[in-house]
Design a protein around this ligand. Structure first.
Ligand code: PRX
Length: 653
């Protein structure tokens, strides 16, 4: 393996001289004495009532953390900082889409959150009720999340880039009492009206919310549905001086659900607790991100994704840091003119110390003038964390050399809530290796198992499935929302003969214990760092009247990591007989996916074939299709029913 120190590891921390001794002991304790370890970490947050039992693992694979303790996420993120840093910045909002730049102190954030909390209560929301948040990257989205946490309501944030079909299935599953939304989002100066998508989603869903709370940015007109829709401005004004105390929740009470894709078309509601999540985030802010109260944290993600939940909203605020919420492209200026230096301008202006982004975004910046990295004073920055997809070496090197700070790859999932593999520089300075996210984080017993025998592959560089042995640490998903069975069967029973959590990622580990992630074992693809299920895309395409069969695969792409390609068998062959007709059907299919799921899920290309490669028992050979598209060897094809089907696809490339 190519071993280069990407992080500024001191010479004494390098391999050879006692590697990672401090971290090794930290890690050992976390897995050998989890109760002792996590009871210490629990002191990083405020409790109303301290936990009675640190870990209840009596019903594997379910792990219940900090049983008997009561706390509140909003209290830990906001209220507890009021006395020590009430006037300091808590949330900085910058939109290069609308030209707005605004900061809120902890005190102001406290007031804003209480206004939204009181408004939600007026709409009937109480403890345990679901509130679905379908919002662009505006501060009100964070206020709404924190307001839910404050009153014990369960928030369910749906990414604003999703369209009505995706939104409808999430409304159906979450059964929210109230939906919080806005008139529109904006991307690259293009307004995306949310309200019509929301109305359509509610129409499609059999569950109807009691009320919809709407923030009007005056970007797009909104038609209000009498009796159901409420303008936030009216309610917020009414509750201007609201004082809403935090509802103390059991540590094991649900804080939120967030939907993510898997092997089936039906998205899974990843369910998270309250106390375990707060402790996990507080600990990660210290040990992994090394962020300190009073400093500024900048994550370029979106609140619709897990990174947004953990490291735009809750993590930095719990740590007493100011967090930047940025609406816009990485290449757009505040005056809406192109500006590839916008991020660095924000780092300079707000003295950002910790930054979090995704490799895709860096690949976009790589196309800009490298001088932009030198134009700003970036001396406040201590590290850039990248996650969500594999970090390729050229991208890692480019940004590492450009910024001159450690670039820290970190691997995790919506399910885990915080990094599974990385380096914990807050515990001990540890060298990174390009291509590897790092070593298992404290609390995570990460193993590599043989896909079909379930045997542990302990040797270096042996490829297998990356799994986690229970009990899973605090912050990890509790279960699948309303579906314990799906949680156990999907995640914990996929490796024969063992009750272990499967990440559904392939991986290897080198002789130094560093892991390398080699892609998904299931039908999940990763487009520009966004996780999508190919089955969902296939289901959307199948709805087209002229589609008989479809296979969607993720194919390597230099900029986005992967893009979706669709192979379609048309019902009426004549419809794709000539190039013009094929182009038209391709366009219709792409539009269908955009309208249904959102532009992110739209395949990069749709290609027409007369039959799809399948096994004799009729199983689609997606991996073989993917291999052929990437000009790789499709592997063992003894089970293929008709080899000419794969040849047809090969001929297209
Ligand atoms: O395949 C892995 C990839 O993204 C998946 C999780 O995506 P999501 O649930 O959206 O959570 C993202 C949280 C950062 C993983 O199963 N992945 C994530 N981080 C990395 C990665 N692949 C390689 N390297 C990473 N650092």
């Amino acid at each position: 393996m190519n071993s280069v120190s990407a992080s500024a590891g001191s010479a004494s921390a390098r391999q050879g001289d006692k590697p990672m001794s401090r971290y090794a002991e930290f890690y050992r304790r976390s897995v050998d004495e989890p109760e002792g370890f996590w009871s210490e970490q629990a002191r990083l947050i405020d409790w109303k009532t301290p936990p009675q039992l640190i870990l209840d693992a009596s019903r594997p694979p379910f792990a219940r953390w900090f049983v008997g303790g009561t706390t509140n996420l909003c209290h830990n993120a906001v209220d507890r900082h009021l006395a020590s840093r009430g006037e300091q910045r808590a949330l900085i909002f910058v939109s290069t889409e609308t030209g707005v730049e605004k900061s809120y102190s902890f005190k102001e954030l406290h007031a804003e959150v209480q206004r939204v909390a009181a408004s939600l209560m007026e709409l009937g929301v109480g403890k345990g009720d679901r509130v679905l948040i379908y919002m662009p990257m505006i501060p009100e989205a964070a206020f709404a999340m924190l307001a839910c946490a404050r009153i014990g309501a369960i928030h369910c944030v749906v990414f604003g880039g999703f369209a009505s079909g995706s939104l409808a299935s999430r409304i159906e599953d979450a059964t929210p009492k109230v939906i919080v939304s806005a008139d529109a989002g904006s991307r690259g100066n293009k307004i995306l009206a949310y309200k019509p998508l929301l109305d359509e989603a509610i129409r499609l869903s059999s569950h109807k919310p009691d009320a919809v709370l709407l923030f009007d940015r005056e970007l797009a007109p909104m038609e209000l549905s009498e009796g159901r829709d409420h303008l936030a401005s009216v309610l917020l004004e009414k509750h201007r001086d609201a004082e809403v105390p935090c509802t103390w929740l059991d540590a094991t009470d649900i804080s939120y659900t967030i939907y993510t894709s898997g092997t089936t078309g039906k998205p899974k509601g990843v369910q998270r607790d309250t106390g375990g999540y707060a402790v996990a985030l507080a600990a990660s802010m210290q040990h992994i991100f090394d962020g300190r109260a009073g400093e500024t944290y900048f994550s370029t993600s979106d609140i619709g994704w897990v990174v947004g939940h953990s490291y735009i909203v809750y993590g930095p605020l719990i740590a007493g840091m100011a967090t930047i919420m940025y609406e816009g492209l990485p290449t757009q200026g505040i005056d809406q003119q192109p500006d590839g230096g916008i991020w660095w301008r924000l780092v300079e202006k707000y003295k950002v110390t910790v930054m979090f982004s995704a490799p895709t975004a860096v690949r976009v910046l790589k196309k800009q003038d490298p001088a932009l990295l030198k134009k700003y004073d970036l001396s406040s920055l201590r590290a850039l964390f990248l996650a969500g997809e594999p970090l390729d070496e050229p991208t890692g090197r480019w940004i590492s050399e450009g910024l001159g700070v450690p670039i820290i790859d970190n691997y995790w999932q919506t399910e885990s809530g915080w990094p599974i593999l990385t380096v914990a520089n807050g515990v001990e300075r540890t060298p990174s290796k390009f291509g590897s996210p790092g070593v298992p984080m404290y609390g995570f017993k990460v193993k590599i198992l043989h896909e079909s025998t379930g045997e542990e592959l302990a040797g270096p560089d042996e490829k297998g499935v990356v799994v986690i042995e229970g009990p899973t640490p605090p912050g990890f998903m509790q279960t699948v929302w309303r579906d314990d069975e799906r949680f156990v069967n999907t995640y914990w029973k996929s490796v024969p003969g063992k009750l272990v959590y499967s990440t559904f990622d392939w991986g290897i580990r080198d002789a130094d214990g560093y892991f390398y992630i080699l892609g998904r074992t299931d039908d999940v693809i990763n487009v520009a760092g966004h996780r999508l299920g190919t089955r969902e895309i296939e289901e959307s395409i199948s709805g087209h009247a002229n589609v008989a069969e479809v296979a969607v695969v993720g194919v390597a792409d230099a900029l986005k990591g992967q893009v979706a390609l669709a192979f379609v068998v048309a019902k009426d062959g004549a419809a794709v007989a000539d190039e013009q007709a094929a182009l038209q059907l391709e366009g219709e299919i792409m539009k269908r996916v955009s309208d249904d799921l959102g532009a992110l899920a739209r395949p990069a290309r749709v290609r027409f074939v007369t039959a799809l490669p399948k096994t004799r028992s009729g199983k689609l050979l997606r991996r073989a299709i993917q291999a052929v598209c990437e000009q790789r060897d499709p592997g063992d094809l003894t089970t293929i029913d008709d080899p000419s089907t794969l040849q047809q696809i090969k001929n297209l490339f």
